[in-house]
Write a protein that binds this ligand. Sequence first.
Ligand SMILES: Cc1cc2nc3c(=O)[nH]c(=O)nc-3n(C[C@@H](O)[C@@H](O)[C@H](O)COP(=O)(O)OP(=O)(O)OC[C@H]3O[C@@H](n4cnc5c(N)ncnc54)[C@H](O)[C@@H]3O)c2cc1C
Ligand SMILES: *[C@@H]1O[C@H](CO)[C@@H](O)[C@H](O)[C@H]1NC(C)=O
Ligand SMILES: *[C@@H]1O[C@H](CO)[C@@H](O)[C@H](O)[C@H]1NC(C)=O
Ligand SMILES: *[C@@H]1O[C@H](CO)[C@@H](O)[C@H](O)[C@H]1NC(C)=O
Ligand SMILES: *[C@@H]1O[C@H](CO)[C@@H](O)[C@H](O)[C@H]1NC(C)=O
Ligand SMILES: *[C@@H]1O[C@H](CO)[C@@H](O)[C@H](O)[C@H]1NC(C)=O
Length: 467
Amino acid sequence: MFSISRFCLLWQICSATVTLPHSAKHQAAAAHAIVRDVAIIGGGATGTYAAIRLQEDFNKSVVVIEKERDLGGHTNTYHDPISKTTVELGVVAFHDLPVVTKFFARFDIPLVKFFFNYTLKNVNFRNGHPVGELESHKSTLGMFADYSEQLQRFKSLEEGYVFPASVPEDLVRPFEHFARIHNLTALIPRIWTIDQGVGDLLQLPTLYVLKSFGPEMLRSLSSGFWTTKRRNNHELYERAFQRLKTTNSVHVNSVVESMNRDIPGRYGKMVVSTPFGRKVVRAKQFLFTIPPTLETLTGFDLDRYEKNLFSAFQYMDYSTGLIRGAPIPRGTTMCNKIPDPHVYFLPRLPTVYTLGPTHQPSFLTDVKFGSNTSSMTEQQVRERIISDSSRALPGNPDLELVAYASHKPYELRVSSDLIRDGFYQELNGLQGLRRSYWTGAAWHAHDSGLLWNFTEGILSRMQRDWS
Ligand SMILES: Cc1cc2nc3c(=O)[nH]c(=O)nc-3n(C[C@@H](O)[C@@H](O)[C@H](O)COP(=O)(O)OP(=O)(O)OC[C@H]3O[C@@H](n4cnc5c(N)ncnc54)[C@H](O)[C@@H]3O)c2cc1C
Ligand SMILES: *[C@@H]1O[C@H](CO)[C@@H](O)[C@H](O)[C@H]1NC(C)=O
Ligand SMILES: *[C@@H]1O[C@H](CO)[C@@H](O)[C@H](O)[C@H]1NC(C)=O
Ligand SMILES: *[C@@H]1O[C@H](CO)[C@@H](O)[C@H](O)[C@H]1NC(C)=O
Ligand SMILES: *[C@@H]1O[C@H](CO)[C@@H](O)[C@H](O)[C@H]1NC(C)=O
Ligand SMILES: *[C@@H]1O[C@H](CO)[C@@H](O)[C@H](O)[C@H]1NC(C)=O
């Protein structure tokens, strides 16, 4: 599949030039073209971060194209009309890294320490029966020492999907096999519970577990995360939106219709559909921050090389919700487990992972749901969340799902064979080609702080091409 040479030495051959149709509509829109140094596609964690850094610190003009009605991606804060407070439905906590504290300080958003120190109660969600005994996150920390030693063997993963071209076998084995070899199987149920959304943990190539459950995660679990004092993580993106709006640098509810990055001269071009009509954007550089699947990249001028890579991604369906009326004990997270030690007590997907407390426990309970098939409709997911949760609780109460968010496509991955064949070396080789740069979770990890740090590296790469 990846027969096209590494780092695209055959670039001229594999890039297919795409020309836009010269319709009257396009010409009308071209008269009011938005001309920018950088066009940023996707305004989630990385797109927003890059836009602010480029505009405010690098004196570059930008435009962010976001398909939803606001910025923030997986950062989703629910305003509860009953308790009159805010509750996080998506991103909760951040690592103690300079990029994190600086980014929040820039918008005058105070942070406070946050610990995931809830008591974990293992319950069979099919019938509400307890599985095993009460455990706390604290007792796990010792077990992580051996895992941490393994992470040390692969330090370069902290820079992205960076590892030797002759891929170490440990990175591509199924995680269960890796855990057996290194006597880490006791950690499997715990990683499953903390690192939700990871999917088929036992079969997953070890690389993906090391990426999503890395050294910074271990550090924060023991010494604490940051979260926003006002309990409103989305405020960060609202403030960023306001600043970008002042310079007319953000378009929400907007999607790319067509694109041509290969025009000779200084600018590439794209046509964007916005609520205020169709706009032509001319940009010197393109920064893609969206999950690169063929579905999300519809309308983009992908060449054969890009298409080849992006079509290999498989992904998870991960959903979150808030439930009213679920009586879970205060300070307790209920974890879905089955009484079968042969599969490390892990339930089969699709299912609810956990029911957890919010800081409004008498009002709202947090629910996380995962599916490893992409065939479920939103309605089916909503129904499964309610039925699984109700069965898990005493008296099978009637529950109301007051907030719901789908985070699909989540955790983009490829098979062990492709990893071995140099998939990530080729993916990284896209940086800087065709005026294009790439960041976001598929290029590093689902983690806001780590992604902002990773994006710094991409911004430096872009800067090299300015001169
Ligand atoms: C439920 C949940 C909880 C999480 N909790 C934490 C946490 O506590 N701490 C933490 O650090 N991380 C957490 N994460 C991970 C989160 O930080 C990352 O996943 C991060 O959001 C990824 O950033 P990104 O920029 O790659 O993508 P996103 O933030 O998803 O941004 C991508 C953006 O692109 C937009 N988009 C998609 N397609 C198009 C298109 N065709 N055109 C225009 N726009 C498009 C999307 O609408 C979105 O806004 C959590 C994730 C989830 C799902
Ligand atoms: C910022 O960029 C603009 C446009 O390129 C330029 O006119 C201006 O001098 C720059 N300002 C600084 C401080 O570099
Ligand atoms: C969890 O940590 C917070 C912050 O340190 C602390 O206030 C709280 O008492 C802790 N809860 C438990 C159950 O340890
Ligand atoms: C931040 O990025 C740099 C450069 O890629 C990397 O060396 C470093 O390990 C990253 N920091 C963290 C905490 O991941
Ligand atoms: C494997 O780990 C367990 C703890 O999980 C420990 O009791 C045991 O001694 C370890 N075995 C070896 C061979 O290191
Ligand atoms: C993922 O789905 C397949 C069926 O589509 C199933 O056989 C497998 O057990 C699932 N994996 C997990 C971890 O549930």
